[in-house]
Ligand binder design. Structure first.
Ligand code: ADP
Length: 482
């Protein structure tokens, strides 16, 4: 794969600033490792605040003309970018698999999902409309226009290295903003491949910039993006801990902020549910990307009368999951250690192991698909997002009890439940304290729907026509004495 990747014109080992492929001023680089094999795929520039400042200035300069392009021009450029993304589908998938470790079939899925945001926002660009409001004063008109905020800083994670960039950048460009993107240190090559295609599509220099850096430099680059007077807003997807820090840093300049942080999704199966369908949803929701998704189900709550049959069928499905086959590795050692320690903590406090609960012999970062029962609130798995292939099962007797457990968390991103009882469907979807609710389905993300959370899971929505809100402000123009 590596030989093949090297020949690919999409694979860049330089960052992308002002339409050029550049090294760090210090000439420093950092290695990028394939988590499935431990092999180094290549190196990327380890940029500093000095390099980031140049990218911010380029984006600021580009904004002066980009903001005056017509929505139709931006729509066409986004469409061209989308067409190239589609043409390069397979190569993009291979780069994702090489640096994020997910099975190729999942990378292909991510490319389709990631591309769909550029397609969607190429269409949405032309529908960012203003309004004329009735004035209470004669001879006056109230005009309302949506304007781009300016330069947007985008900081993205490794778990969906393509889609988490396009979901933000598509909306930003549609609105007329320019971007400085800081991709995760684990997955810079996907970001750079996206830039190659944006460049080929003719997106003007400075409109999109990618600054790559090691983990060591991420905090100072993040701080500059949050505090630079030339940056108008920040959009971040990642951990709650880093998100809170960036929220605080953005307060200094009262910057616009969008945050997509961690979840702690409940997956509830009520007694009226179609159990086979619930099992399918559970597997999809839990094991996509080896559980490394903020919308992945974290706590499985099963109503008593169907508890035994659910578990029996679930175990049959879990036996079909193969590390190194349809389940990939964890992204890095830190993530692997976190998953193992959360499982050990639960087992030491009395959780029962029905499957896995140990490293897989497939490779260093592979963990066995795990099923634990008899979970209690004292276990860390109750509160913490495991971000790994671990199903934690709770038993409950009443709808009230299920909601109490489901909502007993500071997080509120996604929640899922299975029920055939129509009244219950309306009751529970209303009461779940989440931004996104899957009813009788386990995978719900799509470019057309608003993605985002409540409570500590975030601020704002991405995707859908709401996705441009983070990148626009409302300008009121009062026309008087007409
Ligand atoms: P994870 O724990 O899943 O790696 P993080 O929130 O740590 O999630 O990382 C998400 C993104 O945030 C990555 O691009 C990472 O480099 C970046 N990042 C990490 N720490 C900081 C920080 N202090 N300031 C700004 N960005 C950061």
């Amino acid at each position: 794969v590596h030989q093949h990747l090297r020949r690919m014109h999409l694979l860049h080992d330089k960052a992308y600033v002002n339409g050029q492929w550049v090294t760090a001023a210090s000439n420093k680089t950092f290695p990028v490792v394939n988590p499935a094999t431990g092999a180094t795929i290549g190196t990327a520039p380890d940029m500093s605040t000095q390099d980031t400042q140049q990218a911010i200035e380029a984006a600021h300069q580009a904004f002066q003309t980009w903001q005056d392009t017509t929505a139709k021009e931006r729509s066409h450029l986004l469409r061209k970018w989308f067409d190239l993304l589609v043409q390069n589908h397979e190569n993009l998938a291979q780069i994702i698999t090489a640096e994020a470790g997910k099975p190729l079939i999942e990378s292909r899925g991510e490319v389709a999902y990631g591309n769909s945001f550029i397609e969607f926002f190429s269409e949405e660009a032309r529908r960012i409309q203003g309004e004329i409001i009735q004035s209470p004063i004669p001879g006056r008109k109230i005009l309302v226009e949506k304007q781009p905020i300016g330069v947007a800083g985008l900081i993205t994670p490794w778990n969906f290295p393509h889609a988490m960039i396009t979901r933000k950048a598509g909306a930003a460009l549609a609105a007329g903003c320019t971007c400085v993107i800081k991709p995760a240190e684990d997955t810079p090559f996907t970001a750079l491949a996206l830039m190659e295609l944006a460049h080929e599509a003719g997106i003007p220099k400075g409109v999109l910039n990618v600054v790559t850096s090691s983990r060591e430099n991420a905090p100072s680059i993040g701080n500059l993006l949050c505090t630079s007077p030339l940056v108008a807003g920040l959009s971040f997807t990642g951990s709650t801990q880093v998100g809170k820090l960036l929220y605080e840093q953005c307060s200094t300049g009262v910057k616009r902020i969008g945050l997509e942080l961690g979840g702690n999704a409940a997956f509830i199966v009520y007694k009226s549910a179609n159990v086979d369908s619930a099992i399918k949803g559970a597997i999809a929701s839990k094991f996509r990307n080896c559980g490394q998704a903020c919308v992945a189900s974290n706590r499985f709550l099963i109503e008593n009368p169907i508890y035994d049959s659910f578990i029996e069928k679930l175990l049959q499905e879990v036996r079909n999951l193969k590390p190194g086959g349809n389940v990939g590795p964890l992204i890095n050692q830190a993530q692997f250690d976190k998953v193992s320690s959360l499982v050990e903590d639960a087992v030491s406090k009395g959780a029962k192991v029905l499957a896995g609960a140990k490293p897989s012999d497939h490779g260093k970062l592979f963990y066995e698909p795990t099923v634990l029962t008899d979970l209690t609130p004292e276990m860390k798995l109750y509160k913490e997002e495991v971000f790994g292939p671990v199903i934690s099962i709770f038993r409950f007797d009443t709808e009230e009890e299920s909601l109490k457990i489901a909502n007993d968390t500071e997080r509120g991103l996604a929640g899922y439940f299975y029920s055939q009882d129509v009244s219950q469907i309306f009751r529970v979807s209303k009461k779940l304290e989440v931004g996104m609710c899957g009813v009788n389905e386990g995978v719900i993300s799509t470019a057309e729907a608003p993605f985002g959370g409540v409570k500590e899971s975030g601020v704002g929505r991405e995707g859908s026509h709401h996705g441009v809100d983070d990148f626009t402000y409302i300008k009121y123009v009062s026309l008087g004495n007409l």
